[in-house]
Ligand binder design. Structure first.
Ligand code: GLY
Length: 422
């Protein structure tokens, strides 16, 4: 076993990883923080190494002294990066490949929920477009939800308003052979408020991080397409102790039981996407990593030495965290104007001085002295304050001063009254 890490590595290249890097740098525990591959914002804090994929990362870490590694995105977890790095003796935050199936296979996750009585919308599984078309033809309840079982970068869930809409989504997905071979869920549509529950877990127990809420649609329009997330805020304070206790007993404790029953190693973050319905909380999805943009809210929100927290967790112990923070944070995402359907890209971005907010980089590149947007989610602007209102004002004050053509952002992040239909 290698010694205690003096160096840290964050895997990923988005605004989530920028926030995680910030937490590690502010912790002051590490001689050097690396990011693979990082982005121009991250490069101002950490040393970016060019490794893009699991094989390249594993080859490089083999040559390195002990690293604390925090794996940001789901794909490397689904490929087993956490297992490979642990086998090399590094201190890793991220679940094993087996446990990562909770996110990488929605069919698998649904089966786990059914096995442990975890409340979740009813869903049928289909493996051919013919089966799905039959279900669409006989469906009487609209809207309905279609979900790809496999990872789809936040684009594999569509709320379909009509049979015609559902048929068009099914036909588009049938053109990608892996979609039906992995499975498609035909799921009941639920009405309610969504919340993002993040816990740090060692597979036996867990500690809650503050509750957050994200905004998945690209705009407030009820038929706007889903994205990876266009904004978030925290803490969410309108969830009662009774509901939290229900989530403990009916969701989180059963997941711990499942991990133990199936002997699956989990040292990382479990993020449960929940809908608060009239019939109680229902699990929409499990994610085996932190949310984006929820992380950009959580890292500045929680007064904690994140370096110490990740080190403790990587060793299978639970850190002590406060899940009722003394301040609030609001994140607003600046995205390409074509997102999530197409990419315009190549926007020059001019950032104002921003003493009131943090700016985390997503899809940006540096071209000489110019900062350029590369499509998708480009930046996340985060304000913090004593209240959600103050945090919100600070985020938008900075966002309004960013100069970038062909971009979009939502104006209603953290305005509760506009959330109906989210
Ligand atoms: N914000 C949604 C996600 O990270 O999956």
């Amino acid at each position: 076993m290698k010694g205690k890490p003096q160096y840290a590595l964050v895997v990923g290249k988005g605004a989530r990883e920028h926030a995680i890097v910030l937490g590690l740098v502010e912790s002051g525990r590490f001689e050097q923080v690396y990011a693979a591959p990082g982005n121009p914002g991250i490069s101002q804090l950490a040393q970016c190494v060019p490794w893009q994929n699991t094989l390249e990362i594993v080859a490089w870490t083999q040559t390195m002294p002990t690293l604390l590694v925090v794996i940001g995105p789901e794909n490397p977890l689904a490929e087993g990066l956490a297992d490979s790095l642990r086998a090399q003796g590094h201190w890793v935050v991220g679940p094993s490949q087996g446990a990562a199936r909770l996110e990488s296979s929605k069919v698998f996750a649904k089966s786990v929920m059914e096995r442990y009585g975890i409340p979740t919308p009813r869903a049928e599984r289909f493996y051919t477009i013919g089966e799905l078309r039959q279900a669409i033809d006989t469906e009487t309840r609209w809207p309905h939800v279609i979900k790809q079982s496999g990872l789809a970068g936040g684009k594999g869930v569509v709320v379909v308003e009509s049979a015609e809409h559902a048929r068009s989504v099914a036909s588009a997905w049938a053109r990608q052979p892996e979609v039906f071979s992995q499975g498609v869920l035909w799921e009941d549509y639920l009405v309610g408020e969504e919340i993002s529950v993040h816990v740090l877990t060692n597979g036996q127990g867990y500690v809650w991080l503050p509750l957050t809420r994200d905004y998945k649609r690209v705009s407030p329009a009820p038929d706007a397409p889903n994205t990876g997330g266009m904004g978030a805020y925290g803490p969410v304070t309108d969830v009662s102790a009774t509901v939290r206790s229900f989530i403990d007993q009916r969701v989180l404790e059963p997941v711990m039981q499942f991990l133990q029953d199936d002997s699956l190693l989990y040292r990382g973050v479990l993020y449960v996407g929940l809908m608060l319905t009239a019939d109680g909380p229902m699990v929409l999805e499990f994610n085996v990593r932190m949310g984006d943009p929820e992380t950009e809210v959580l890292i500045p929100l929680v007064d904690h030495d994140w370096g110490a927290c990740w080190m403790t967790l990587s060793q299978g112990e639970l850190p002590i965290m406060a899940d009722q923070p003394s301040r609030a944070a609001v994140a607003v995402v600046l995205a390409d104007s074509g997102y999530p359907v197409s990419i315009v890209g190549s926007q020059e971005i001019l950032l104002p001085p921003h003493p009131q907010a943090r700016i985390f980089h997503g899809a940006t590149s540096a071209e000489g002295d110019r900062l350029v947007g590369q499509g998708g989610r480009i930046l996340t602007v985060v304000g913090t304050g004593a209240t959600i209102g103050e945090a919100r004002n600070r985020a938008y004050h900075t966002m309004e001063r960013i100069v970038a053509e062909n971009t979009q952002y939502r104006l209603d992040i953290a305005i509760e009254s506009t959330r109906i239909g989210e």
